[in-house]
Design a protein around this ligand. Sequence first.
Ligand SMILES: Nc1ncnc2c1ncn2[C@@H]1O[C@H](COP(=O)(O)OP(=O)(O)OP(=O)(O)O)[C@@H](O)[C@H]1O
Length: 263
Amino acid sequence: MLKATALVKRYGPCVTAVDGVSLEIPQGQMVGVIGRSGAGKSTLLRLINRLIDPTEGQVHFDGVDVTRLKGRRLREWRAACAMIFQQFNLVGRLDVLTNVLVGRVGHRATVPTLVKQFSRSERALAAQALERLDLADQGLQRAETLSGGQQQRVAIARALVQQPRLILADEPIASLDPGNAKRVMDALRAINREDGLTVLCNLHHISTARDTCDRIIGMQDGRVVFDGPPETLTSPIIRDLFGTEARDGDGPAWNHPPASAVA
Ligand SMILES: Nc1ncnc2c1ncn2[C@@H]1O[C@H](COP(=O)(O)OP(=O)(O)OP(=O)(O)O)[C@@H](O)[C@H]1O
């Protein structure tokens, strides 16, 4: 169980990026976080994995107050939270397999620079992850030669070898065309279902969140203004909660992402 209690993140006297968020997310849930640009979605993810510290409030995971962790235990927590980013964050000139093995670095005291410096079991884990993401044939290719969708699936494979307790995905499909976006979301959903991993995913599109997630959280001005199963996010609620620019259906609701991102 992931639990946020009265989480607040302020930047200076004027900006409250997250404003009193309390949530309970049971293990194995796939949660889509939606909201306008600047609503506080990324800040919430970064508070959970302790990339940043809250101004007030706590995050608990399975009863442990992760906001109080320091040193080795903090590093372990960060390794337990696999992050997926909009821009994939791969090392383009390195091959795909090495990029995936980077996910093991949090489990090691030293950082290997060559594939052969990883153990046989680590390499097997990486190969399995690539197979699962349908990238078994691309292992020796330079990451920069892959399509955006393939690169994001490499990033998911890297997250898998991290053997995380949860996956935090920050706009994972915002740079992808609809076909690749669907493949990436399907991959995250499959991992969520098959491994029982909690996935918390910031998304631009109501339709993607509806199609993929068990639960949708809507944020506005740092606060949670909607929290429920996808079928309860009706058009009137979208309009009530997110203003007149909100639209239902397949288009982006409020963020005006690039046309290529419209799923
Ligand atoms: N390091 C920072 N310093 C100052 N203000 C910040 C910082 N990080 C975020 N903010 C502000 O906090 C608010 C929430 O930002 P956040 O990035 O969490 O929103 P978001 O919903 O993820 O938006 P987007 O969809 O554009 O990524 C915004 O007003 C943003 O400008």
